[in-house]
Design a binder for this molecule. Structure first.
Ligand SMILES: *Cc1c(COP(=O)(O)O)cnc(C)c1O
Length: 343
């Protein structure tokens, strides 16, 4: 029940805490030393997720940043080039990691709400020349964070895949929120898995686990990836406690994502009715982005004083993300809170 002290935290879907049932599953985990390959819970998580997406192998990582960065390292050589959207997480929010870890350059595309189109990818491919970096990998982000939770239809991915086949490019999926995308398109993970050489998924976003991501790919690529994870300091020991949370999340929290999407759409409407809000981007999954008229900090401060936390998202934008910690009572608080905002 929401009360005076309730905080509605919409800054991110990473803010969830394990549910009592998830904690119980963690406590009951059988663990071992995963650097020796002896943590049975990590091993089951890795094989479960690999099978789900139709890939040969998977590797548990502490974060999505690490699994993305390892993918680029495995798929490229120094002087190669990665093709991605200008607003993509792998380029914008990973500390310049592709340059630092893999010594590659980037070809940036101005996608539509974070989504690339096949013709844009094709136009970015460089012909072979000693002068040029070598185009090597295309990264798709699905859903797109900066794009406000937009997702790809499978035929859009298939069209990009055909371009990549033609030019011998690998494909990496930043699938931090891929289950949100699949919830909307109605496809199974295997339907999307076969397009990509490597896939990164996050357990710590809408799925509600405290920690963890996985990198998926061929046996050969995941074997290479394990060496890179080690050198980055990401080889963990009894990480089965975390993997158990991930297994629990995959079994119990995928089906409820549509509830997050439904709440996000309703928040989008409430936001649109707020006097201080000029525009709301389409709400496709669990991310709501609005443009504020006037001072963003003033807007966020007025919400904060009513126990509602949202995130400044560059320029006049604010972001609100739904997740399993947002109850119906909180939805009422959000509605009242936005109604009380004064320009
Ligand atoms: C959150 C996120 C990641 C990974 O983030 P970590 O905080 O490092 O786990 C990667 N890509 C996208 C699109 C994300 O939203």
């Amino acid at each position: 029940m929401a009360n005076k002290n309730t905080i509605v935290d919409l800054r991110s879907d990473t803010l969830t805490k394990p549910t009592p049932a998830m904690l119980e599953a963690m406590m009951a985990a059988d663990v071992g030393d995963d650097v020796f390959g002896e943590d049975s819970t990590v091993n089951s998580l890795e094989s479960k997720v690999a099978t789900m997406f139709g890939k040969e192998a998977a590797m548990f990582c502490p974060s999505g940043t690490m699994s993305n960065q390892i993918a680029i390292r495995v798929l490229t050589q120094p002087q190669d080039e990665v093709i991605c959207d200008r607003s993509s997480h792998i380029y914008l929010y990973e500390g310049g990691g592709m340059a630092y870890n893999s010594m590659v350059s980037v070809a940036l595309i101005d996608g539509e709400r974070g989504r690339l189109q096949a013709h844009q990818v094709e136009a970015s491919v460089r012909p072979y020349d000693v002068l040029f970096p070598q185009s090597k990998v295309v990264v798709l982000e699905n859903t797109s964070n900066k794009g406000g939770g937009s997702y790809y239809e499978l035929d859009q991915i298939a069209a990009i895949h055909r371009v990549c086949q033609r030019y011998g490019l690998s494909m990496h999926l930043d699938g931090a929120r891929v289950f949100n995308a699949l919830t909307e398109t109605g496809h199974a993970p295997v339907d999307i898995g076969h397009f990509f050489d490597t896939i990164s998924i996050c357990l710590s976003k809408g799925l509600g686990a405290p920690v963890g991501s996985l990198l998926l790919g061929s046996e050969e690529n995941i074997k290479k990836a394990r060496r890179v994870r080690k050198v980055l300091g990401g080889g963990m020991r009894q990480s089965g406690y975390m993997a158990a949370a991930g297994l629990y999340a995959l079994d119990h929290h995928i089906g409820r994502l549509k509830d997050d999407h439904d709440k996000a759409r309703r928040i989008g409407q409430m936001l649109g009715a707020c006097t201080m809000v000029e525009r709301v981007e389409p709400v496709d999954t669990n991310i709501v982005i609005g443009t504020v008229r006037g001072d963003v900090q003033d807007f966020l401060g007025q919400l904060r004083s009513q126990g509602i936390l949202a995130l400044a998202f560059g320029g006049h934008s604010v972001r609100m993300v739904t997740h399993l910690g947002v109850s119906e009572e909180m939805m009422n608080m959000i509605e009242d809170g936005l109604r009380a905002v004064r320009a």
